[in-house]
Write a protein that binds this ligand. Structure first.
Ligand code: ADP
Ligand code: PAZ
Ligand code: K
Length: 252
């Protein structure tokens, strides 16, 4: 079975082509500025051409969103292209994971679902380095233990740049040393080691609270910058959230 899975985030809309449980191809478009159904229709079709997606070979389209304003617009564009109604999944979609908390973004729920399916029989933490930086934790039975929501790394950096007269845009890379002697290195240290400390602190505090040593998965935007800098993250997978949405929608 071939499925297209779509994750509508606050910064990016990620698409994945799944051949049964495997995601072979994935691509991303910007969330902003918000587009109309017609604009998305054209943009999605062009990307299908680029990635040689044949519309009549797609059996199902699954959508998860944390941007309610866009959910219907994307669904309408998909309906126009595929002549099929897409499956929209959210925290009310049944799975082996009990969402437990009364509010939960679809991407956080999908992160829990993917972890439950892919890494069974241990407690897990999923870190999502997106517009927001989130950490979520579940146990070996699929019970949600809790979630942390913090400002995303690029979100914080942009706010720092906008709020200051003399701080420039920087590339988010590890500086040569923790102590910098020029503005760019100083900022890189703050962004890289500051958030690395936050992430490592989350992991340690969660492990203390749940009295276990959780398996840690990192996904989302800038996870590739932080994964190599710590041995507290066991695995990096930029497709993790899409996989969760796929598990939620594949049998609907
Ligand atoms: N390949 C990349 N390299 C560097 N930064 C990236 C990359 N992809 C995304 N980002 C940054 O990560 C953030 C978005 O991450 P993403 O997980 O797509 O967010 P969301 O799910 O909130 O839309 C943005 O700040 C963006 O600038
Ligand atoms: C926390 C989030 C903003 C993260 O969104 P993202 O960074 O992936 O765009 C999103 O999951 C959301 O809007 N959640 C609703 C509130 C909650 O999860 O409790
Ligand atoms: K995300």
């Amino acid at each position: 079975m071939n499925s297209i899975v779509i994750n509508i985030g606050n910064t990016n809309i990620r698409f994945g082509l799944f051949d049964d449980d495997n995601c072979d191809i994935s691509w991303v478009i910007n969330t902003k500025p918000y587009k109309t159904t017609d604009e998305l229709f054209v943009q999605i079709l062009m990307l299908y051409q680029t990635y040689k997606i044949e519309v009549d070979k797609i059996d199902k389209v699954i959508i998860g969103s944390v941007v309610p304003q866009l959910t219907k617009v994307v669904a309408s564009a998909i309906k126009k292209i595929h002549n099929k109604i897409p499956v929209i999944v959210d925290r009310n979609t049944p799975s082996g994971v009990i969402p437990k908390s009364k509010q939960m973004g679809t991407d956080i729920y999908a992160n829990l679902v993917a972890a439950h399916n892919l890494y069974p029989s241990q407690k897990k933490i999923i870190l999502d380095f997106g517009t927001a930086l989130t950490a979520s934790c579940l146990d070996e039975n699929g019970e949600t233990l809790g979630v942390i929501i913090a400002p995303g790394i690029v979100t914080s950096l942009n706010s720092l740049i906008q709020g200051t007269a003399q701080l420039p845009e920087i590339e988010l890379v590890k500086p040569k040393s923790v102590l910098g002697l020029d503005t760019i290195s100083c900022m890189q240290s703050g962004m890289v080691y500051g958030f690395l400390g936050m992430v490592e602190g989350f992991i340690d505090r969660i492990n203390d609270e749940v009295k276990d040593n959780c398996f840690v998965i990192a996904t989302g935007g800038v996870s590739h910058v932080y994964k190599p800098l710590t041995d507290k993250i066991n695995i990096g997978d930029r497709l993790h959230t899409l996989k969760g949405l796929y598990f939620l929608g594949k049998d609907l």
